[in-house]
Design a binder for this molecule. Structure first.
Ligand SMILES: [Zn+2]
Length: 90
């Protein structure tokens, strides 16, 4: 299953990876899901938030999940490393 939902360490078009993942309460096989407001560790621009997300795909803790194609404030596009096998949401 490949839903294109970002997780901790998901990569971006600027390199680096997701630095925080606040989608706790959701069990996946690959890592904690990133939601709107979580930060990207961009090697060019430093740590900055991803404020876009997709509420039609997944909402965790009241915030939309960061997905493939979501854009960080610095312009980096989240493009690799996604959740597999989402098991349960609470
Ligand atoms: Zn950047």
């Amino acid at each position: 299953m490949s839903l294109g939902i970002a997780i901790l360490n998901s990569g971006s078009s600027h390199g680096g990876g997701m630095y925080t993942a606040s989608g706790t309460g959701l069990n996946t096989l690959s890592g904690i899901v990133c939601i709107s407001g979580d930060t990207l560790d961009c090697p060019i621009h430093g740590i900055n938030p991803v404020e876009t997300g997709c509420s039609t795909i997944l909402v965790v803790n009241g915030k939309p999940a960061v997905i493939q194609g979501s854009v960080a404030n610095c312009g980096a596009v989240i493009n690799s490393g996604f959740a597999n096998g989402i098991l349960t949401a609470s």
